[in-house]
Write a protein that binds this ligand. Structure first.
Ligand SMILES: [Mn+2]
Length: 453
């Protein structure tokens, strides 16, 4: 472990030092065609031996003198960039016999993009954020409280660090979440398209952060922004995450992306203010069913406690998120309850919502959120399905009790999610979609197919 860590830090030291020398070291003795060939950090992280090479022999000694005289400055900058608890002392050495090979290697390195990090950590995420001056944050389409709460919290955190951050929503925010602090500054898919159209690839953002989104599709039209940043980061807790960014921090054991957001705040040394607290608590409350679902763990409760301590009002939030609903939604629920059918001896419950149900009750499509809970609440059910008719097909949601894994079921239709909560879109009529979903569930339940009661 220790060796691997020292190796990783060595490469980071080499890379960061290279950047600092090129960008910040103003010394005429620095030779433009040098390359840092290698850094070796001792296991106790006290010393880093850094080798460089230059093509022209007469520039070697002046370059060495420049680096040695600037070593205090370089060490300070390096410490800031890498956020190491202890920054190694830098010992520079000229590398004379491999100058040519090293230069070729360096040119190759400059052309090749940085390597992807599929199993990134909170440290990787924090480092990327530290380096960015301007970031775009994208929650998933039809943002829920976790996606929007985490995104707004991240925006606030980046601003606290003196950075520019913008949140681009792929689809309009459900009215339900308009109470959150910071919603007035939200941007949408139109602005994202305009940025993509009027900027060359690789800019204007230093960093694009996809939040709570498991695939490129989930970013809707805002996905184009991924090509308009120097670097990309995913922060997500879906086991089905595709790894669409260069740096993918995915923790499938996190109850909510909001819990990861709080870990990030801690890693970045940002104290919680009431805005971050309210946004993160909204994220946690949404994804845990107000701290009562099976994914509610010690971390989400501790995180909630920190949010309350920082000024978030948990009772008020429960009132807004879980205990009140519009009259239109109440009438939509009545239709939903009326439509309940059970399959497989009551182990599966299916709710259908037709276009007419939305039209006649006046409920919006996003008000179907949470209606599925009435299905899984029926005694004896192991899985519930909500099939909601849309203009372009059917949105199908699944909820289950362990050991029933509905992420696997959603994946069969190109969707995804968690073991106990997932979803997909099926292009068909409502009744066909229900038929397909029930067949798939039947296989998963290991029960006789078509045993409708
Ligand atoms: Mn989530």
């Amino acid at each position: 472990m220790a060796y691997a860590r020292a190796d990783r830090i060595s490469e980071e030291v080499r890379r960061e030092l290279d950047r600092i020398i090129r960008e910040d070291l103003r010394d005429a003795r620095v030779c433009g065609t040098y390359s840092l060939t290698r850094a070796e950090v001792t296991r106790d992280l006290r010393y880093a031996k850094v080798r460089f090479s230059v093509l022209e022999e007469e520039k070697r000694q002046p370059m060495l003198d420049a680096l040695r005289s600037a070593s205090g400055f370089l060490r300070l900058k390096l410490g800031h960039a890498l956020r190491l608890r202890y920054t190694p002392e830098l010992i520079f050495e000229a590398d004379d016999n491999i100058a040519y090979g090293a230069r070729v290697a360096s040119l190759i390195r400059q052309v090749a993009p940085p390597a992807p990090i599929p199993d990134a950590t909170v440290e990787d995420a924090a480092r990327l954020i530290q380096k960015a001056d301007r970031a775009a944050i994208i929650p998933h389409v039809n943002a829920d409280g976790d996606a929007i709460g985490s995104s707004l919290a991240l925006k606030r955190m980046l601003e606290t660090l003196g950075k520019r951050a913008e949140v681009y929503l792929p689809t309009p925010l459900p009215a339900f979440y308009r109470f959150l602090p910071g919603v007035d500054a939200l941007l949408g898919a139109d602005e994202a398209r305009e940025i993509a159209r009027s900027n060359p690839k690789g800019g204007p953002f230093d960093l694009v952060i996809a939040v709570d989104a498991s695939s490129r599709d989930r970013l809707g039209d805002c996905a184009a922004l991924l090509e308009h940043a120097r670097d990309t980061l995913v922060i997500d807790h879906h086991a089905t995450n595709d790894g669409i960014a260069r740096v993918n921090w995915v923790d499938k054991d996190a109850a909510a992306t909001g819990a990861m957001t709080l870990r990030l705040a801690d890693e970045l040394d940002i104290g919680l203010d009431p805005v971050v607290a309210e946004c993160v608590l909204t994220a946690l409350s949404t994804d845990t069913g107000h701290f009562s679902q099976r994914n509610t763990d010690a971390e989400s409760l501790t995180a909630a406690s920190e949010c309350v301590e920082a000024g978030a009002d948990i009772a008020e939030l429960a009132e807004r998120l879980h205990k009140t609903r519009t009259l239109e939604k109440t009438r939509l629920i009545a239709r939903a309850l009326d439509s309940v059918e059970t399959y497989f001896d009551g182990r599966a419950a299916v709710i259908r919502l037709r276009s007419a149900d939305f039209r006649e009750t006046g409920a919006s499509e996003d008000e179907a959120e949470g209606v599925i809970d009435f299905g899984i609440a029926i005694k004896g059910t192991q899985v519930a399905v909500l099939a909601a008719e849309r203009a372009d097909g059917v949105k199908v949601s699944f909820r289950s009790r362990p050991p029933m894994d509905v992420a696997a079921v959603a994946r069969r239709f190109g969707g995804g999610g968690h073991a106990l909560a997932s979803g997909c879109a099926i292009v068909s009529t409502l009744d066909e979609a229900v038929g397909l979903a029930v067949d798939a569930l039947g296989e998963q339940l290991g029960a006789a197919i078509g045993a409708a009661d």
